[in-house]
Design a protein around this ligand. Sequence first.
Ligand code: B3K
Ligand code: ZN
Length: 844
Amino acid sequence: PQTFYLKDYKPFGYEVESVKLTFQLSPNATKVHSAIRFTPKADAEDNRFFLHGEQLSLISAKIDGTPVTARLVDGGLECDVPRTSFLWEAEVEIDPAANTALEGLYMSNGMYCTQCEAEGFRKITYYPDRPDVMSTFTVRIEGDEPVMLSNGNPTGAGEGWAEWHDPWPKPAYLFALVAGDLVNHPGSFTTKSGKEVELNIWVRPGDEGKCAFGMEALKKSMKWDEDVYGLEYDLDLFNIVAVDDFNMGAMENKGLNIFNSSCVLASPETSTDANFERIEAIIAHEYFHNWTGNRITCRDWFQLCLKEGLTVFRDAQFTADMRSEPVKRIEDVIALRARQFPEDGGPLAHPPRPEEFQEINNFYTATVYEKGAEVIGMLKRLVGDDNYYKALNLYFERHDGQACTIEDWLKVFEDATGRDLSQFKLWYSQAGTPRVKVSEEYADGTYTLTFEQSTPPPPGQPEKAPRVIPIAVGLLSPNGDEVRATEVLELTEAKQSFTFDGLASKPVPSILREFSAPVILERETTNSERAFLLAHDTDPFNRWEAGNALAKEVRVAMVLDGAAPDAAYLDALEKLVRDDEQDPAFRALVLSPPSQSDIAQTLHERGHTPDPQKIYDAAETFTQTLAQQLETSLPRLYAATTVEGPYVPDADGAGKRALNSRILSLLTRLDGGEQAARQYASADNMTQQYAALAALMKAEKGEAQSKAFFEQWQDDRLVMDKWFALQIACAAPETTAATAKELTQHPLFSMKNPNRFRAVMGALAGNHAGFHHASGAGYQLLAENLIALDSVNPQTTARMCAAFQTWKRYDSKRQAQIQTELERILATSDLSRDTHEMVSRMLS
Ligand code: B3K
Ligand code: ZN
């Protein structure tokens, strides 16, 4: 397979003045006619006229009305063209019904829809399918579908046809078309300059009742982007469509966002609090792309984090504003450590701006998205809030309508602030998570913190140069008062010290407040100091972090030395959980144990080989001991945290319900499931129904409820995904693979629906002790299913291969088992380029 390199970038030799597309829809034989005006660039280095095209049947091609013969070459076509402006016309035929890869134009439940990012437009027609080629699109759709949509504004419609025009020049990856039997949930928004925007959420008949929350989220996003960034929407219409078969969460096509139905449809009966929060965030994310991604796009796909990191950063700011800032930060750090740290520390490590790829779809990763957002968070912290918004204003002013690079992005910060960002830029070009070792000294009222940074080079990559690391630090006195408010220390050297004078006694430091940099902090400290910070730190993130670090220490000691759960820690938890002054959401987070995979990662970082079964046993013992310790208070706590009254999916209620669910799961270990069964029977919302079912299934007492749940929800695809996943998530290690295997034989299991496939295989990979069970059955089952899926849907297959990325953490027997499976996948005939790249990287 061909490898593409950032260093090889060359602009396209032609301007695309305008694009006109006509679709004659037919499930197996859709005809696409394109009329594209090209003008050769006077200063072009390379005038080769090459158009991308894949899986197209070319019917005819013309230049200025005269038939021409195009040469079909690998990945597209070439043609001899005039040296002056000319009109290129082509007609192709495509087969949307056979398109199970869900890229290009495909069908989902009888409805036509598209997914073009990153390189799907070339499966629709011949085109320079690269993000730096921007043009206006006019689209005519012919067909007998009741609703036919494309980007921009509608310009005409009649029996069997509809026309659309998008006035904003855009790259082809933002093109979209949807046609089918759809109904809309309408809304409207008046922009700050008084423009009325029509809003719609389009769904299949029957789903109309699940749109209200998404619509509110959209309006809040539009308002927030005006208030915080001064950015206004730029068309008269904004459409969202829900699609059942979709490879990812959603897509920001100009004026026509397409969503995986799981990321937009919501109702209290069918969605949990976590679903509501996620839906709100994704709607915001896609909406925010209208400026960060669409109006200013990427020059090439190596720059992906330019739009994704920034848009994730913006959606996190939005969620923090709509809900709780500390809770959002804690959730994001949990997710970063669960998904990005393992990526950065394993064979799939790459910088936020990668420099080579074979298949760009493999780089829509936690590193590009989440680390990309962390890098922006650091930048904002280093330059300060005012400078950040000054730089962003300059970015929108200078680059509106352009396809940009990370260099352009950093330059606006340099120009707006006068700061030299050359060292900061290393965050974009170096892979790996820096480790920061801290030591301290106190003498005569002066306290010194010394930091040493290093980044273990990923295999085959050079030693890393020191980066700029903003470390937010506060100091507490031993009685718990804050004696130094948060200050950002800029670590720029490999080793560097910072002093604090005039202290009456040796302080307790609170380091890396708000998780001010995506690093692994290494500091020798005691459990009693951690407990002190858990009780007293004024930074809520670091309070949680202290509790989390304590929880990890206790687990690690249990796993390595067979120690009993630490009594002081249990006492601290008990005190916190009973403290009604504390935010319930915060208490729920502190009560949520670190994941077993996180413990495995921690053991690995400290040079031990993690034993998944031992980690599982320690988790079970710990939770059981905690339940017993809290025994007398659990019924009161359960009652006190139960939210009465009609369900409202707000942050406040969600926090209380999260705590209530944690308590219920502990209670279920002691009361034989009585309370959970009562909650299951009386629940009028999915959050409580699901929490009760999960508690019961975890305790192996949920058989009747699981049956009832199936009966009640078998016609709701999204709820059924929960049912599939939960059974695997709750299975004991020795039965996990068998449970998953049985579910792949269920009549409602399908390889063609990514949500269903992920529900089952994602849950298998997510059950740490079950997936890594010594029998190897988990590895085998996943590999078999990935091999089967690859010919159907390469993108989803390749993404899910990453479940194996941590394989070098484990013992030699497990490594050998996984290696066998990876080699088996690689040996599959006609393996997709996507999967081939992922597996080869993991084996290298
Ligand atoms: N930009 C899309 C992701 C496209 C993924 C293509 N494999 C969604 C988003 O980040 O908003
Ligand atoms: Zn995005």
